[in-house]
Design a protein around this ligand. Sequence first.
Ligand code: GSH
Length: 199
Amino acid sequence: MASYKLTYFNMRGRAELPRYIFAYAGIAFEDRRVEWRDWPSIKKTFPLGKLPMLEVNGLPLTQSLAIARFLAKEAGLVGNSRLAEAQADALVDTLNDFTLLIPWREDNPQIKTQKIDMLFQSHAPKLLDHLQCHLGDRKWLVGDSETWADLYCHVCFTTFSVLRPGFADHHPALCGLTDRVEAIPNIAKWIQCRPTTEF
Ligand code: GSH
């Protein structure tokens, strides 16, 4: 059996989707969490000088979505056809695009709040409408079983809810989707056991 070591900071962030997939599939992994104070001295030892990094039998894999896609394939979570795979990819990219707009690095708290307000006023409704339209009256975003896109939706919505509580309240079908993800027994177990962090 392969050995997996996932290195990231002590936060959900970009490592949480890989962690969800490990949890979903019941695959054991080392969840290595680096302290920020140690990071400058070890940054150079990582291929891109960025985290997360997954080691598979000691071989490094970088880029959070490449890591997640690889694990989703291992876990049977990519979709049941090439088209379904592409649809799941597109949804993951769409959620990721929004995440990248969040001004994580803005130091001025007032400007940060303004930018987040703008983002949730201008972009979030479009994102939510798109996702809800895509979901329709189905149970999962792609096909008739869960994919990594559903898991990522839960990961992202958890973070968006910290920034803007109730941001999806007007999209009940999406709230139903995230409830279903949260009710997957291995995901529920992970959420209960994982370290508590704000982001
Ligand atoms: N595209 C990369 C991915 O998705 O993995 C971005 C990785 C990235 O920017 N990681 C941040 C990081 O390592 C944490 S979320 N920051 C520390 C640094 O750049 O020194």
